[in-house]
Design a protein around this ligand. Sequence first.
Ligand SMILES: [Zn+2]
Length: 256
Amino acid sequence: MAKLEIHQFPTRGDNYGVLIHDPGTGATAAIDAPDAQDLLAALEETGWALTDILVTHHHFDHTAGIEAVKRKTGCTVTGPAREAGAIPGLDTEVKEGDEVVVGGAKAQVIETPGHTRGHVSYYFPDEDIVFVGDTLFSVGCGKLLEGDAKTMWSSLSKLAVLPEDTKVYCGHEYTDANCRFALTVEPENEALQARAKEAAANAAKGAPSLPSTIGQELATNPFLRASSPAIQKRLGMEGRPLDEVFGEVRHRKDVI
Ligand SMILES: [Zn+2]
């Protein structure tokens, strides 16, 4: 079993890039390629040689660096079959249940549409890590740009059942602002209050609040907590279908 080394770095303002490295084989993958220069600098810094890019979705701030990095490193680009036409340099198309190998580490592809039509997440069960792109954020979730609330709720529900100690790496750092919104939806949540304090302290010193864990998200993220009686009551939606409660939380976040 590989034990992946991980290097996380800020890029393009509020994006976060991630490199994973299997020291046993030397294989190294980038999760998305927001910016070629920043990604190449991260490779230089770590001394790792890129073998793969695992793409979560087609948005420019996740794919802009693919072509230049591929030219420079000769890496293989893997991404969602459902967005194949929109991802430059794509070599391998993947769908739900496919296995992706990075050196000795294996990932399962989980289709998580909603933010985009074909968004995928990469779950490494033996490493207790999931890369969720713009589907799930720390105390937040992606905007519903190409899907409805029902679709996104179904995607989030697939991530919510992963083991609670699974580390969650997402595409952007919005934790501090997300906590402030979450407190308007569920102010009585003590785990959320503590997380908000921690996120504010991290933000003040320019440190990331990433990665989080599935357990932390279940306890604090209002977009995973549609079944919370306090949230349902606050929204006046007691007993309503969970995807509708989720949809209302998403709507409120969109209009603030
Ligand atoms: Zn996106």
